[in-house]
Design a protein around this ligand. Structure first.
Ligand code: DGT
Ligand code: MG
Ligand code: MG
Ligand code: MG
Ligand code: MG
Length: 268
């Protein structure tokens, strides 16, 4: 087909290829979820339906899109890490980011009812996305550590804050005042001495967030087979299948990475 005189407009498209050898991180964050949580009556400080739906949507992103090796989420955000050797969509940042954001958003709406049975979805939620490149395993682990540290700081604060309000009878203004200038140790102490709560025994999903990685599982199924010269018989057949596995554990220390050495490729 002959080129039209309009073809030149294609040259206005800019190159947004992600630098080679770098991990490509796409982080999504719910738009104005302060309002969304209020309107949909999310429980405070954590709503397990909302967290479950975030995780279900993240799983859909991992299963439907190529080359995501690890994902980490908390609150209204999720980060997805593409392997550094990925050539999916020629590493074009806009393609990767928009596919992640739209797969996630449509899943969030698609699976809403499974998690919020009698709470109708009142308006279409949306998520912003950004792309950040990390060249080394250290940088990537520090990025994920940063997000998990954020989860910890916010969850500790929110847990004490809402305990003071819900169990201690303080107003939100009084609780805010009470927590002004307190350190982590002070917050742990308030929970322990005044409410008999050991923060470390609180739900791991809330304290650590959710990490998804791919894992190989050996699966054995019994198949009826006909072996030449013999009667038909049941034979166990083992195959290995990749599936997305979730964790609610510390990913800041070395242990998680030592136990799952194949998540990240070597630096050299
Ligand atoms: P943004 O991201 O700038 O559009 O604005 P927001 O409002 O989404 O702010 P952000 O992302 O910094 O904070 C997340 C909000 O979502 C925060 O106001 C609390 C709310 N949220 C997230 N998870 C839960 C939950 O499990 N329960 C409740 N009650 N609220 C939650
Ligand atoms: Mg934000
Ligand atoms: Mg948000
Ligand atoms: Mg957020
Ligand atoms: Mg097309």
């Amino acid at each position: 087909m002959a080129k039209s005189k309009f073809e030149y407009v294609r040259n206005f498209e800019t190159d947004d290829t992600c630098l080679r050898n770098c991990y490509i991180v796409v982080r999504l964050d719910g738009r104005n979820f302060h309002r969304f949580a209020g309107q949909h009556k999310f429980t405070k400080p954590n709503d397990n339906r909302a967290l479950g739906l975030m995780s279900r949507s993240a799983r859909s992103v991992m299963e439907e899109l190529e080359d995501i090796v690890i994902a980490y989420g908390q609150s209204d955000e999720f980060s997805f890490v593409f392997k550094r050797s990925s050539t999916w969509f020629k590493r074009r940042a806009s393609k990767l980011m928009t596919h992640v954001a739209s797969q996630f958003s449509s899943s969030y709406v698609f699976y809403w009812k499974e998690f919020f049975e009698d709470q109708p979805l009142l308006y279409p939620p949306s998520f912003d996305g950004r792309v950040v490149l990390y060249p080394t395993n250290r940088n990537l682990k520090d990025y994920l550590s940063w997000r998990q540290a954020d989860c910890h700081v916010n969850n500790l604060y929110n847990t004490v804050f809402w305990t003071l309000v819900q169990k201690g009878g303080l107003t939100t203004a009084q609780a805010e005042d009470r927590l002004k200038g307190t350190l982590a140790a002070d917050k742990n102490e308030i929970l322990f001495s005044e409410f008999d709560i050991n923060y470390n025994n609180e739900s791991a999903i809330h304290r650590k967030g959710t990490t998804f990685i791919w894992e190989k599982r050996e699966e054995t199924v019994i198949k009826r087979m006909k072996v030449p010269g013999e009667e038909e018989k049941d034979v166990p057949v083992t195959s290995s299948r990749r599936r997305v596995q979730s964790y609610h554990c510390d990913i800041i220390g070395d242990q998680f990475w030592e136990e799952h050495p194949r998540v990240l490729e070597d630096d050299d």
